[in-house]
Design a protein around this ligand. Structure first.
Ligand code: MF3
Ligand code: CO
Length: 269
């Protein structure tokens, strides 16, 4: 069932979303060659706890981190570890914060030092596809309109869309209905209604769409071991344009990316 949030509930999702955004802004300060992903995880956990939140992924069905760490070919759900980031890597940090009983969820894929041109373009297009999906998420439209906007933009740019993982509703639980796939037909799926909070999170591959799950049952990587990118925002459906509840501004200020560095692209007609 899809929850329509009250004004008070929306305010709590907004506050959790702000804290997860600030958490990733803190993580951004530490992304450099030589740092372990476990150190990034500790930084995120301490920041969340210091600010009165709860690291919602930690212990979720046994997940061992505050952050899901996505290095290069890891698509989602990578474990923090002793791995030291290297120049040329990309690393996604996916985080959910619970605050006052409600959740906010966001993910950003960082370049570690200089990365190659092909991978840089994958990051750019994946982030743009997130905003394409957001632009399609207007009250009265359907989930399939979001899915199709993301898929069309990524495939037109030569990339493939991961099928096994989806965006989702969010609120008291980190995963609520509806599922928000990153592929599919326009005009299908649940109607988007004002007061719904959803997460849009394209997971986009440089090579083929196929993935495998490692034997620990969690870590998902590309089968061809080519890189995968992942960006995520928590948004609120309104009668018109959605409100983006999470923000990359804290991160991009740290990275020195000017505001509006990622143009908010218009929905496809
Ligand atoms: N943040 C992820 C998402 O976007 C979920 C993390 S799964 C967990 O849905 F098990 F690590 F919590
Ligand atoms: Co999510």
């Amino acid at each position: 069932m899809i929850y329509i949030k009250t004004a008070e509930e929306i305010e709590k999702v907004r506050m959790a979303s702000d804290l997860v955004s600030r958490t990733l802004g803190e993580v951004a300060k530490w992304i450099k060659p030589g740092i372990t992903t476990r150190k990034l995880d500790t930084i995120a956990r301490e920041f969340i706890l210091d600010n009165g939140g709860k690291p919602a992924c930690l212990g979720y069905h046994g997940f061992p981190g505050t952050l899901c760490i996505e290095v290069n070919e890891t698509v989602v759900h990578g474990f923090p570890s002793g791995y030291e980031l290297r120049e040329g890597d990309i690393v996604g940090t996916d985080c959910v914060v619970e605050l006052n009983g409600f959740n906010g969820d966001s993910c950003y894929t960082f370049a570690v030092g200089e990365i190659d041109e092909k991978t840089a373009r994958l990051l750019k297009v994946t982030k743009e596809s997130l905003y394409k999906g957001i632009a399609a998420a207007r009250g009265g439209k359907r989930v399939g309109d979001i899915s199709n906007a993301v898929q069309t933009y990524c495939e037109r740019n030569g990339y493939s869309v991961v099928r096994e993982m989806c965006g989702h509703g969010i609120g008291k639980s980190m995963h609520e209905d509806p599922e928000v796939p990153n592929f599919g037909r326009r005009g299908i799926g649940p109607v988007l209604k004002p007061g719904m909070c959803i997460c849009i999170e394209p997971m986009i591959n440089l090579g083929s769409k196929n993935t495998v799950i490692e034997s620990n049952g969690w870590e998902c990587r590309t089968r061809d071991r080519k890189p995968s990118a992942h960006y995520e925002h928590t948004i609120l459906i309104t009668p018109e344009e959605p409100e983006i509840l999470t923000t990359f501004d804290y991160i991009e200020e740290v990275l020195g990316i000017p505001k509006g560095g990622t143009p908010v692209v218009k929905a496809e007609e």
